[in-house]
Write a protein that binds this ligand. Structure first.
Ligand code: DC
Length: 236
């Protein structure tokens, strides 16, 4: 039997923007609101980085790009829904790595790994397969520009860098990581620089993306903003 919701037009929603803007939280809420699949593409770049660290392709902060590229052959990434979290967890070669990919060590190295062209082309192809049937909300840096340039709704998120650093700091200290706000602020600034200046698929707003600056917005206010855009598109 086909439900009326099945008949609703399904679209691709691309959520791009700077690190620690609350993209994942927002994208997850959009997916829950529409019954769509949420895909955190940053988690995929982090998973490759973690695997490269564990396999010795990154030593003393130096990324051996050739070794990382060689490792791509052996790495299988998949997402599995976790009903407790109400979101998908990421697995590498069958191992749950959700908890290991968000450390400051991985955060400091992920920009270098994500600037390797072969890493990007492998992950972009995977992301395009995941969105083939539409009904997905994908968050990242290049979703509206490279992965799905024809996405029906593109959102570009931004927020003041200090607001973002504070959010990341609160998140990490809540998990018991010993970090300082200054260290996080430096990491946010250097990732902004790396994301915007890398040669392959740098972070930039797609011409047809809608900008959402959430420096001073609550999650509820962001959802109100979204609802208005969805109703204009005839999706909600
Ligand atoms: O969203 P995040 O902070 O977890 O992303 C981690 C890193 O991965 C970030 O420094 C940039 C990179 N990234 C990317 O290059 N392209 C994407 N689509 C998603 C993330």
């Amino acid at each position: 039997m086909e439900c009326s919701t099945d008949k609703k037009k399904k679209i691709i929603i691309a959520v791009d923007g700077f690190s620690s803007c609350g993209k994942s939280t927002f994208a997850k809420s959009i997916a829950a609101r529409l019954g769509y699949i949420f895909i955190d593409t940053g988690a995929m770049y982090r998973a490759v980085t973690l695997y490269a660290i564990e396999c010795g392709a990154i030593r003393s902060g130096m990324v051996d790009a050739d070794r990382v590229v060689a490792l791509l052959e052996d790495i299988a990434i998949d997402f599995r829904f976790n009903p407790v979290r109400g979101a998908s967890d990421i697995y590498v070669n069958g191992e749950l790595v959700e908890g290991k990919i968000r450390t400051i060590e991985v955060s400091n190295l992920v920009s270098a790994v994500s600037s390797i062209p072969e890493v990007r082309s492998k992950l972009v192809a995977m992301q395009q397969r995941m969105g083939r049937d539409k009904g997905v909300v994908m968050d990242g840096r290049d979703i509206g520009t490279v992965v799905f340039p024809d996405a029906e709704l593109k959102i570009f998120m931004t927020a003041d860098p200090m607001v973002r650093a504070r959010r990341r700091y609160d998140e990490l200290t809540a998990k018991g990581e010993k970090v300082s706000l200054e260290e996080i602020a430096r990491n946010v600034a250097s990732r902004d620089r790396a994301d915007q200046t890398r040669k392959v698929s740098p972070l930039r707003k797609a011409d047809d993306a809608l900008v959402l600056d959430n420096s001073c917005m609550s999650v509820e206010e962001q959802m109100e903003w979204l609802n208005e855009k969805l109703s204009r598109l005839g999706v909600a």
